[in-house]
Design a binder for this molecule. Structure first.
Ligand SMILES: C[S@@+](CC[C@H](N)C(=O)[O-])C[C@H]1O[C@@H](n2cnc3c(N)ncnc32)[C@H](O)[C@@H]1O
Length: 410
């Protein structure tokens, strides 16, 4: 009864993607990384720009904004800085977006004001060898615990730099910063600046994360600046996982394993399954740093071993995602998935496994082994809930697994 559906899933339907990545500088960002987004902070050429004006002739503005919109008009599009000086918990938020997008975002902001909080007690910003500052914990953090729920202070369209001149863009950025409360500015201004440009531009490039916002079908990408998350360094085998929650506009940092008191908290700025050379290139070209995490400074022997496992992980998943009715062999898939899970344990890739659990659920369901199918479907659901699916984000994978669980329970 399940085999046909199972096959559909086996053939490539279950590649879950987490869309929270750190922002990268304009040049040379690999295509796969910032998919569907134009190059960030690549300014329009100065001479093509014409007018600039303060938003006198402005239309209706949402009451959440405490300041009058400051707008600039490029050749084709207008972008504005909007600020609320009391978004939540005494801090403000500035948004750089087109007027239509700002309107959609303002409604989302109003609805997300009463978002949950977690205490930041026990978290400390300290100097970390070879990485500037970093976020450390003074207490044991258990696997699965939410370490941080950080609220953005600046949200900026990733497309606005290609529609306005550099000087117009600077004015939008400076207005966004200047209109925030002093406490916010004091958190933002000392943040790391590794990528050049004026202070705020540099801060955004070095520290912002790509974030998904519902923006009234304008469909710009967005970069969000979270001042506490901005202190977390990258590791290629991180102990924490970052995910942006569209409904609350919070960035959640969750422990991927137990983290001991005194340890530094780390997240991955990009895809975690990359091999050594790919990651070194990505972080050098995207963020202008040479990664000095423990995976990148391991012995050549260990790096070669890790690369081999990661290559095998990618190959097995690719094979399984392109299976057809003719090439599908249940026993072989079970054996491959066992290997994928062993590799993931060694390489710290567990957050990627929801699709593999789901695939196994379908394999067992296809053989009427309902008990095993349920076990894997539940694991798929738990993994999705823990690492991937977020409030206000796409839910398709979750619905699919829930449907399977419901069928298995009939
Ligand atoms: C978002 S900030 C992280 C916090 C920053 N270290 C600070 O002092 O505030 C990103 C910058 O931290 C440094 N960094 C982060 N992870 C690193 C790593 N694995 N190896 C070396 N430098 C790293 C780089 O300079 C990078 O541009």
């Amino acid at each position: 009864m399940y085999s046909l559906r199972g096959l559909v899933v086996l053939i490539g339907a279950c590649t879950f993607t987490s869309y929270v990545y750190a922002w990268a500088q304009c040049a040379s960002v690999p295509q796969h990384f910032l998919s569907q987004q134009e190059s960030p902070l690549c300014w329009k050429e100065e001479e093509k720009v014409e007018t600039e004006y303060l938003g006198e002739e402005l239309r209706y503005e949402h009451p959440i904004w405490s300041h009058k919109a400051f707008c600039v008009r490029g050749e084709e599009k207008e972008y504005c800085t909007h600020t609320t000086s009391s978004f939540r918990d005494g801090h403000g938020l500035s948004v750089i977006a087109s007027p239509v997008a700002a309107d959609a975002i303002s409604s989302a902001l109003a609805a997300s004001r009463n978002a949950p909080r977690v205490s930041e007690d026990g978290l400390e910003v300290r100097s970390v060898q070879g990485k500037g500052k970093g976020l450390t914990t003074t207490r044991l953090i258990k696997k699965g615990e939410t370490i941080l729920l950080d609220s953005p202070r600046i949200i900026a369209s990733a497309q606005f730099p290609s529609h306005v001149s550099h000087s117009q863009g600077q004015t939008l950025f400076n207005t966004a910063l200047d209109q925030l409360p002093t406490t916010d500015r004091h958190l933002i201004l000392p943040l790391d600046k590794s990528l050049g440009g004026t202070d705020i531009e540099n801060i955004m490039k070095t520290n912002a994360f790509a974030c998904y916002l519902s923006d009234g079908d304008v469909e710009d990408g967005y970069m969000c600046l979270f001042p506490s998350v901005a202190r977390i360094n990258h590791a290629c085998r991180p102990n924490a996982h970052a995910r942006f929650i569209p409904r609350t506009l919070l960035m959640e940092i969750k422990a991927q394993r137990d983290i001991e008191a005194g340890e530094e908290i780390s997240i991955s700025y990009g895809k975690i399954e990359l091999k050594y050379a790919e990651r070194q290139r990505l972080y050098k070209e995207g963020w202008n740093f040479t990664c000095t995490c423990s995976s990148c400074t391991a012995s050549r022997y260990d790096i070669a071993g890790s690369d081999q496992r990661r290559a095998r992980f990618a190959k097995l998943r690719m094979i399984m995602e392109s299976l057809t009715a003719e090439t599908y062999d249940a026993q072989q898939v079970v054996a491959w998935e066992k290997e994928v899970m062993e590799i993931s344990k060694k390489e710290g890739l567990d957050t990627l496994l929801a699709g593999d659990y789901e695939r196994l659920a379908y394999v067992y369901a296809g053989h009427e082994m309902v008990r095993d199918a349920k076990i894997w479907a539940i694991k798929a659901k738990e993994s999705l809930m823990e690492w991937i699916v977020v409030d206000g984000g796409p839910q398709n994978e979750l619905w699919r697994v829930e449907e399977l669980l419901a069928e298995l329970s009939q």
